[in-house]
Unconditional design. Structure first.
Length: 108
């Protein structure tokens, strides 16, 4: 169950990074709502990370949480923000995914 909670926490990390990017592009009331989304996602993500670390090692949980957030944010950046994709970016993204999976496999 802790791994599931950790994955959800990582997805909320993607949420707060996405909201931050959208707030940067928006103005007025829209920017305010994106910042509200940022703080809500941030709070949920941190709480779920805290819950996951009650049974998982903190080093592993934090690395997996940031890895999910980083991979998810890059994917959202490519899809939603039209960020560039090139061979090396995809190679290193796959390396990061492999590292997150590896941490899951070696953690008892």
């Amino acid at each position: 169950m802790s791994w599931f909670i950790l994955v959800i926490a990582g997805l909320f990390e993607v949420g707060f990074a996405t909201c931050l990017g959208k707030a940067k592009e928006a103005s007025g009331t829209a920017a305010t709502w994106w910042m509200v989304g940022f703080f809500v996602c941030l709070a949920v993500s941190m709480y779920l990370l805290y819950k996951a670390t009650q049974t998982l090692p903190i080093g592993t949980a934090y690395a997996v949480w940031t890895g999910i957030g980083a991979v998810g944010t890059v994917i959202v950046g490519i899809v939603a923000f039209k960020e560039p994709t090139d061979l090396w970016r995809i190679v290193f993204l796959c390396t990061l995914i492999a590292s997150v999976v590896g941490l899951k496999l070696v953690t008892h």
